[in-house]
Design a protein around this ligand. Structure first.
Ligand code: GLC
Length: 850
């Protein structure tokens, strides 16, 4: 089951200068890590958004249920030494010699004869060999149990004696159980450690960790009756020892300890006598429930190996089903692997956990971001439209009737909050972009699904749940809801079959209108959107109470939202509304072009005193990437200006690892911008390569029809193509949020992998812009921006219940498109919607050459 064959046959030639730590195995859809001492722990995610966890290539990590702050299952010590501990550990000990080691290398870190970690979609398999024993540990969450009342994860262990003599082996498992409220577990030690206790229940073969006052029980069980157990960490480890040499493992005998209080662990001791060539298998089961009567049944169920195998097969087919909605064949293996596998896996994981729980976010702090989740839907909407509708509804419920939204929320409690803004109560407590992302994401959902009835769905505004006296406009918003602009435009009020109008209309359409109204009624002296606490760039904090600061980028984002709404209204036959949205777009674009063009590029924003930031006359922050890309994405500008803006960005911001966000970076605190300047030069938003924003450059270049430039940026950003894994140090199979820029001593170092908006935007950039397959209200548009080295590509994409089999070939120079749909010539570049029930449609596209 666990595939020892992989271990034996994995003799990949290592080519000097390439990744020495691993490679992507396309046939098995697994990233294979070939040595345990990776530059940072290279992690994977288990679970599907309900019960979940993080696991590193050496078994480090932890688990949680629905909310990693409030329903934590196991512990992890961030930033501790030794690194990446604790985790899901299994010690092995040979009885004859007394030598012991870790099946996943950690926590003993004893040398191994062979090691391999295979990270797949929702599972991790670690295979090792030492002292004549092959071991494989497979970790996953069975899909059927994930969202049940008693969710679990499984650790399936397989051992094989590869020596010529019979061996007696002892296995000791180890997981550190957290007090269920992880914040108290960390901060309120006397209380948390007094109230939690664990005992072994032989009937259920389970260690149960509980309190006297709550029904919540964490449990750790095993498929085979153990020879011993331990619940008390201190007794298992021994005084002044560490996880690398616990006294129980060293002596080879469990203590049989319960934990009346203190640090609770789940540890079992099993004994195996293995003849040469013989294998043994067992399963550990870790879970949490509020109904302890369910535990016995679940333990029995997953003690059956056949059921474990079925569950693993179900997990794989669950992911296959998700992945098959869009598969491509490109003349670039790394791009194909990201588009077909790691990109979609990362997008889905990011949608589940937003920026909440990763190797960098502890799951204790910041909750799920509104803007982040809205953007995360863009990468998965074709595959899981129902989940996206549910997420969007959840996000719309964070909106106040004046149109702004909470900046973030905790998934379990639903508690919303203004995020970072709360640290500066006298500054605006709203962000100027959150609500507009919801408009853009909702339009994308409608284009993908055609579910126009969604616009009629009713969602209460967040004011309804506000404590009395709380103003929805946000505390400390010095200028309140003042509109300092001159044109006084208001959002269009649709009439007819679509929803009612006016503030407080709880339909999705009403929410959309409130969002548009908020931006229009919160503008500054140049008629551009007021910046609020920040726009997309959380660290650009330019409004310190004046109400004068404006975001040029947000004006461009508004332009995109207005055009998306114009398209929607026009499709729905609401020509008046469509014209009105176009007019809004036109006026905003005019304001941008009148006030924000700096000669060769657009400025970034206006500060608290109304002075431009991001223009050529400045010493620091003379140019910023995102107003250049969004001038194109928001269709704000006449074409030559967009091209000039992007050319300036390319020239001044381009690096070997992708374009940096701005230049030159601040070198010390600058009160004008606050947050950005707290970073050293070259880090994150202060002149680093912010991959999320860099993805917009791929899109803008493709938008302008420059396939080579778009592909150039793509290659720089593809994790699998990173030239120096040692230097970048993060996982080479997922996008990271930021890479240090050239002004930083660690130029090229990647940080904050996995949960980043780069995932969904890169997926959009590849599939919708380079490959050019874009859903519209009337059909599937195919307008590729092919790199000149590509003769074409093929793709299979689900769209509204039909599979489109697309083949694109280059006919010659130029971007003209000719389309054959099921062999018939169709004018334009949109494949019309197939009749309901159509299984497949063949689309042959020739680019250029006509
Ligand atoms: C982080 C935040 C995201 C923000 C970005 C730029 O990724 O999660 O919300 O847009 O930084 O500041």
């Amino acid at each position: 089951m666990l595939g020892f064959d992989n271990l034996a046959t994995d003799h990949r030639e290592i080519i000097p200068g390439t990744n020495l730590y691993g490679y992507y195995d396309a046939a098995n859809r697994e990233y294979v890590i070939t040595r345990p001492d990776t530059p940072t722990p290279w992690v994977n995610y288990l679970g599907q958004g309900d019960y979940g966890g993080i696991i590193s290539n050496t078994g480090g990590g932890f688990s949680f249920h629905r909310d990693p702050r409030n329903r934590r299952v196991s512990r992890y010590r961030y930033n501790a030494l030794p690194p990446d501990q604790p985790g899901r550990y299994i010690y092995l000990r040979r009885e004859d010699s007394g030598e012991y080691w870790g099946v996943t290398w950690q926590p003993v870190r004893a040398p191994l004869d062979a090691y391999q970690c295979r990270h797949g979609a929702g599972y991790t398999k670690i295979l090792t060999e030492r002292a004549g024993i092959q071991a494989a540990a497979l970790y996953f969450v069975p899909p059927s149990a994930a969202d049940s009342s008693c969710p679990v994860e499984l650790w399936a262990l397989q051992l094989k004696n590869t020596s010529a003599t019979p061996l007696v082996l002892r296995a000791f498992s180890y997981v550190e159980l957290s007090f269920v409220d992880a914040y108290n577990d960390l901060s309120n030690l006397d209380w948390a450690m007094h109230v939690m206790s664990s005992q072994y229940d032989p009937e259920r073969r389970a260690i149960l960790a509980r309190t006297k006052f709550s029904p919540t029980t964490q449990f750790f069980a095993c498929s085979e009756a153990p020879a011993g157990f331990d619940c008390d960490r201190e007794r298992f480890v021994g005084a002044y020892r560490g996880l690398e040499n616990p006294v129980v493992v060293e002596l080879g005998r469990s203590g049989g300890t319960e934990a009346p209080r203190g640090n609770n662990i789940g540890s079992f001791h099993h004994e195996f006598t293995l003849e040469p060539g013989v294998e043994a298998t067992m399963v550990y089961i870790l879970g949490i429930t509020d109904d302890a009567t369910a535990i016995g049944g679940v333990v029995e169920r997953f003690s059956d190996l056949a059921e474990v195998q079925r569950s693993f097969a179900a997990l794989r087919s669950h992911w296959d089903k998700y992945l098959q909605t869009f598969q491509v064949q490109l003349p670039d293996d790394d791009a194909s692997a990201m588009a077909n596998f790691w990109g979609p896996v990362q997008c889905r994981t990011t949608l589940y956990w937003s920026r909440f729980v990763s190797s960098y976010e502890t799951g204790l702090g910041r909750g799920v971001g509104t803007r982040d989740t809205a953007q995360d839907t863009l990468g998965v909407v074709h595959a899981v439209p129902d989940e996206v509708a549910a997420k969007l509804s959840r996000l719309w419920a964070l909106q106040f009737s004046d149109g702004h939204t909470w900046h973030q929320f905790f998934p379990l409690t639903g508690e919303g909050g203004p995020g970072l803004a709360s640290e500066r109560p006298s500054w605006p407590q709203w962000f100027c972009d959150d609500h507009l992302w919801l408009v853009i994401a909702t339009c994308a959902y409608l284009k993908e699904t055609g579910d126009y009835g969604y616009l009629e769905r009713q969602i209460p505004y967040a004011d309804d749940g506000l404590p009395e006296g709380r103003t929805p406009a946000g505390r400390g918003s010095a200028a309140g809801s003042a509109d300092r602009s001159s044109d006084g435009a208001k959002a269009t009020k649709p009439k007819g079959p679509l929803p009612r109008d006016g503030h407080g209309d709880p339909t999705i359409w009403g929410h959309i209108m409130a969002a548009i109204d908020f931006t229009l009624s919160h503008r500054g002296p140049h008629s551009l959107p007021r910046a609020g606490f920040a726009d997309w760039d959380d660290t650009l904090n330019v409004d310190h109470g004046s109400g004068l600061a404006e975001s040029v980028w947000c004006a461009m984002q508004f332009c995109r939202a207005a055009l998306d709404l114009a398209e929607l209204a026009s499709f729905l036959g609401r020509t008046g509304d469509a014209a009105s949205f176009r007019e809004m777009h036109g006026r905003m674009a005019q304001a941008v072009n009148d006030h924000a063009w700096d000669g060769h590029w657009y400025v970034r924003c206006f500060d608290d005193a109304g002075k431009a930031i991001g223009g050529a006359s400045e010493d620091r922050h003379r140019i910023n990437l995102i107003p250049q890309s969004w001038s194109v994405i928001g269709e704000v500008t006449p074409r030559p200006r967009g091209e000039a803006a992007m050319a300036s960005a390319h020239e001044l911001l381009g690096t070997a690892y992708g374009p940096i966000l701005m230049w030159p970076p601040y070198d010390g605190g600058d009160p004008r911008v606050n947050g950005t300047s707290t970073y050293p030069p070259g880090a994150k938003e202060n002149g680093g390569i912010f991959c999320h924003a860099a993805a917009w450059s791929v899109i803008a270049a493709a938008h302008l029809g420059d396939g080579d430039r778009a592909y150039g940026y793509l290659r720089q950003l593809l994790p699998l193509s990173r030239p120096d894994v040692q230097r970048s140090s993060v996982e080479p199979y997922v996008y990271c949020q930021n890479i240090c820029g050239p002004s930083h001593p660690q130029y090229g170092l990647g940080r904050n992998s996995w949960l980043t908006g780069a995932a969904s935007w890169m997926q959009v950039a590849i599939t919708q812009w380079i490959l050019g397959i874009r859903p519209t209200h009337t059909g599937l548009r195919i307008r590729p921006a092919l790199p000149s080295a590509w003769p074409g590509y093929s793709a299979r994409r689900w769209f509204r219940g039909t599979e489109y089999r697309v083949t694109v070939t280059r006919g010659g120079p130029g971007g003209a498109i000719s389309l054959l749909v099921d062999g018939k010539r169709v004018p334009g570049d949109v494949v019309p919607l197939a009749a309901p029930g159509t299984a497949t449609v063949a689309v042959d596209v020739v680019v250029g050459g006509e």
